[in-house]
Design a protein around this ligand. Structure first.
Ligand code: PHE
Length: 389
């Protein structure tokens, strides 16, 4: 926390942020519309209500689980998306804004997943006057007015985001829209861009649920003024993903590197850099096999905490990865389940995970890797309650 990669001018994450800012600034210049206000220093520790309830995430949604989200306490989380700021920012009266920040998710470990990454949220609210032309679907608060607002927001959303894709990927970039689902938008879409022969998912977006606008107070004010309901669009995109694709960065850990051989390859304002690997150091693979804790609490007091199912049962992969990351930090490249079976007689479940250790910056020694692996094994036994094999 507090590294603020997205605010360091020569850092690839910040370069992408600035490139997107530049696009939205150019739209305004062309259309003479209101400024998109930029926020990039809102605190990453937020009330769970802002992260979930405010954007209509259902009470039983998986993302609320401590297996997926980092809880500071029962009522406070590390935001898992920048959508956590939608409602408060709308309530502050903003109608066009971009929120950039670090977001946190518990997840598995591979070259594109890291427990912290960066997102940018965009929101644009339309006044009734902006979409209710003199025609039949004119002002008023009926279904027609809502439909007109939704249609306008969807059209604008697609136009603006296709433009963003061309700004980032080149004027020839091919894009396509894929239907999606988010609790906070309806309809919802993902935008994909054809890049070097592959369709890449670039962002999620949609027409903001009216309930959010209503909760923000925006609708009440508009309707009181006789203008009918407002409409809005919202999008959220991951900056690492864009940076990895645009700069050819192969591993997400590199963003956190202090190595000059990485950092010196990027310059503020230059979207054209292609990452040149300075060297590829060898990986070292270590397997760990264990019997899963039995369901029903055999594992005892020292075993599964917080995010694991109370009373034992199979270890969650996110918990396991958290332990490995805690020991190896950025020296772990991937963790993958390579074998699992149930013993025919005892009915116990066995799992074997393969851990790849690799530094981006140097060769690792055998002693160093063995020591990490021993520590990992110990923690899996004492803290997750597995029986090592
Ligand atoms: N918050 C969503 C995510 O993290 C992205 C999103 C933002 C989708 C806004 C729609 C609207 O995946």
């Amino acid at each position: 926390m507090g590294s603020n990669l997205h605010r360091r001018p020569d850092h690839p994450i910040c370069i992408i942020k600035e490139a997107i800012y530049e696009y939205f600034d150019s739209l305004e210049a062309a259309a003479g519309t209101s400024q998109f206000k930029k926020f990039d220093d809102l605190p990453c520790v937020v009330p769970a209500t802002s992260n979930f309830d405010a954007v209509l995430v259902p009470a039983d949604h998986v993302s609320r689980s401590p297996n997926d989200t980092y809880y500071v306490d029962d009522a406070t989380v590390l935001r898992c998306h920048t959508s956590a700021h939608q409602l408060d920012t709308l309530r502050a009266g903003e109608k066009a804004f971009l929120v950039t920040g670090d977001v946190y998710r518990r997840d598995s470990i591979d070259a594109s997943h890291y427990p912290v990454f960066h997102q940018m949220e965009g929101v644009r609210v339309f006044e009734p006057a902006e979409f209710s032309s003199s025609g039949s679907s004119g002002s008023g608060s009926g279904d027609d007015a809502v439909a007109a607002g939704t249609a306008h927001a969807e059209r604008e959303l697609k136009r603006v985001l296709e433009g963003l894709a061309r700004h980032l990927f080149g004027s020839e970039a091919e894009t396509r829209w894929v239907d999606a689902f988010f609790p906070f938008t309806e309809p919802s879409f993902e935008l994909e861009v054809l890049f070097r022969g592959e369709w890449l998912e670039v962002l999620g977006c949609g027409v903001m649920q009216r309930e959010i606008l209503r909760n923000a107070g925006a609708d009440a004010a508009a309707e009181r003024d006789g203008g009918g309901p407002r409409a809005a669009w919202a999008f959220g995109l991951g900056l690492e993903r864009l940076a990895m694709v645009l700069f050819g960065i192969p591993d997400i850990r590199l963003f956190w590197s202090g190595d000059r051989r990485f950092l010196s390859q990027f310059r503020a304002g230059d979207l054209g850099a292609r990452f040149k690997p300075f060297s590829k150091y060898p990986p070292c693979f270590k397997d760990v096999s264990f019997w899963q804790p039995r369901a029903g609490g055999e594992a005892g007091a020292s075993a599964p905490r917080a995010s694991s199912a109370p009373g034992g049962g199979p270890v969650s992969e996110n918990d396991l990865c958290e332990k490995v990351r805690g020991v190896a930090g950025d020296l772990v490249e991937s963790v993958s389940l390579i074998d699992a079976f149930t013993h025919p007689k005892t009915g116990r479940d066995s799992a074997c995970y393969r851990i790849a250790y690799r530094s981006m910056e140097r060769s690792l020694s055998d002693e160093e890797v063995n020591a990490m692996q021993e520590t990992v094994r110990g923690l899996l036994a004492t803290e997750l309650g597995v029986e090592l094999r």
